[in-house]
Design a protein around this ligand. Structure first.
Ligand SMILES: [Ca+2]
Ligand SMILES: [Ca+2]
Length: 235
């Protein structure tokens, strides 16, 4: 079993990766800097807010504490490659980390275990076998629905199933789902297609009275043209 001073030392040494700091008032702790990253241009000062990871182990290598436990909020970078080395995704390409609570099932279980230090070494490469179950083709960015076929010439009349000159959500939803079923249109992929249809409906129900009228109905391309015209007029 290791003495307490050595335990504290382990934590402090991990900090050298981020910056220089004083060892603090504990007299029997010795700090040996192994390296100082060139990009660290300022030493840590008393009162600074410091964020750091640590791994604490006894002298025999047994881990007694780790940098992450179930429920911790973690931000991490990843590089995803196929087994032949071809890259398919990297967080660095998005200029942001992936953020999640670990150990709570928000990511696939292998990744969850990998993120919890102690179960998988920090330098580990995680391999996943993936079976393609289904593939949903997407729609262009900014679109909720695209036509794959000619759209009806009188689209409002086609939506207004009972021909009362207004289209409530029920009629709108039935119309859109029918286009998808018949292969005439494609919805933005979602676990909840109805929520996508509701969003489409809200966009069209401009006075928010729960029904779309012929005056309100506009295609996205028409809206885009109007916005572009307004933008030029502002300029
Ligand atoms: Ca109607
Ligand atoms: Ca309306």
């Amino acid at each position: 079993m290791m003495s307490r001073p050595r335990m504290i030392l382990s934590a402090v040494l991990a900090l050298w990766a981020c910056g220089w700091c004083s060892p603090g008032p504990v007299e029997d702790v010795r700090v040996d800097p192994y390296s100082r990253p060139q990009q660290c241009i300022r030493e840590v000062q008393k009162g600074d807010l410091v964020r750091y990871h640590y791994n604490a182990t006894f002298a025999d290598g047994t881990q007694f504490d780790s940098r992450s436990i179930k429920g911790d909020y973690m931000r991490y970078h990843y590089n995803g490659t196929f087994l032949n080395g071809d890259a398919f995704d990297s967080s660095y390409n998005h200029n942001s980390t992936y953020n999640t609570y670990i150990g709570l099932g928000y990511v696939i279980s292998g990744m969850d275990k990998g993120l919890q230090a102690g179960s998988v070494p920090g330098s580990a490469v995680l391999r996943f076998e993936v079976e393609l179950v289904s593939l949903q083709k997407g729609v262009p960015e900014g679109y909720l629905f695209v036509w794959l076929d000619e759209m009806p010439e009188k689209i409002f009349n086609a939506m207004d199933i009972n021909q009362d000159e207004e289209v409530p959500l029920e009629e709108f939803s039935e119309f859109i789902r029918r286009q998808v079923t018949e292969g005439k249109g494609r919805l933005k992929p979602s676990r909840d297609p109805e929520s996508v249809i509701r969003d489409m409906f809200k966009n069209q129900d401009r006075n928010e009275d729960g029904r779309i009228t012929a005056d309100e109905l506009k295609l996205k391309v028409e809206e885009d043209i109007e916005k572009e015209t307004a933008r030029h007029e502002e300029l």
